[in-house]
Structure formats: C-alpha cells, structure tokens
Design a protein. Structure first.
Length: 193
C-alpha cells in the first residue's frame, strides 16, 4: 500500500533567492565586521594590559611599556627600517597607534563611522605592511626574511576588509550604522559615515 503525503511542504530550492543572499550577505558582513573589530580591540587590550599573548604583563602600556617599541625596533627589512627604528617607542607613536587600534576596533564592533575607521585602519595596516616589507627576501643582516608572498600579506587583507565593510554599509546589520547615519552631523558630512 502506498501512502501519499500531499500536505508536506515543498523542498527548499537548491539556490538561494536574491532576498536570501541579501540577508545572508548582511549577516556575513556583520560577522566579518565584528570579528575584525575584535582583532583591533584585542591588539589594543593586549598592548595596554599585557594579557600575555603578544605582550607580557611587564611590558604592558599601563606598566610603562611601549606599544610600538617591540615591533618597530625589530624591523629587519626594507628601505624604511631606519625610519621605523627612529620612531620605535616614541610617545606620539604609541598614542597614535593605540588610538587607532581602539578607535577602529570600537567603530567596527559597534558599526558606526565605518568610512573614517576604514581610512584610519588602512593607514595603520599599510604602515605595518611597510614595516614587515614582504617584498624583501633578505633581512638587513642577509638572512632569509621569511616572507611567504612578496606582495599580499595579512595587513593588505585587513585593509581590503576594512574598505569592503565601509563600502557595503556593514554597520547597518547588527550594528548602529543606520542610527549613526541619521545623526545631523553625519547627514551633513557623509565622510563621517
């Protein structure tokens, strides 16, 4: 005997509709925005409090350490090596770096000022790319630089992610982006979106 189920819902289509893609893309961009923001915030928190990941407690900013000294003084490659060594540990460099990490991180997590934070984050990432200078195959002492790709590294990927997040209004999903863009100052100055 054959039983027919006519009240069973139709099988879901194998391809997503435009609305599904939009919802899925919005959620994916929101997750990417929050995760990227957390990466920037974590760098700020670890450098500030010495949480023991990249920065031990004794080298924390609150313990008198410098957030830029370790990284910039260990630059071993590229034409900008002397410039980065010269600013390693400078108070103004520490404050700018930490303000950038905190500002970009908070803006991304909350979903506001994505254009401004993308611009600031791209500058930070490009400077860090120059400091690691993946184009160089050898360090200043002649040893292998360890560069795995002569152009694209994680700094450039982060920079591109920041641009995509700003260009797609990623703060509108699971963030305060719509509210932010409704503020009178932001409506008058679209660069602040």
């Amino acid at each position: 005997m054959t039983v027919r189920h006519t009240d069973r819902p139709a099988a879901a289509p194998l391809t997503a509709t435009a609305a599904d893609r939009t919802t899925t893309a919005g959620a994916a961009l929101a997750l990417l925005r929050i995760a990227t923001g957390f990466a920037f915030l974590w760098a700020f928190l670890d450098k500030t409090f010495g949480l023991g990941y990249a920065t031990p407690a004794e080298r924390a900013w609150v313990a008198g350490g410098s957030p830029t000294r370790g990284f910039l003084s260990s630059v071993e490659v590229g034409p900008f090596q002397p410039a980065f060594h010269a600013i390693a540990g400078a108070a103004w460099a520490d404050w700018l770096f930490m303000a950038g990490m905190l500002g970009v991180g908070m803006a991304l997590v909350v979903g506001v000022a994505l254009r401004v934070s993308a611009a600031a984050g791209v500058v930070v990432m490009l400077l860090m790319w120059l400091a690691e200078f993946p184009l160089a195959q050898l360090t200043a002492d002649g040893s292998a630089s360890g560069s795995t790709n002569p152009v694209v590294d994680y700094h450039l990927i982060y920079a591109l992610v920041l641009v995509v997040l700003a260009a797609t209004a990623a703060g509108d999903t699971w963030g305060l982006g719509r509210w932010w863009k409704g503020l009178p100052f932001v409506r008058r100055n679209t660069w602040a979106q």
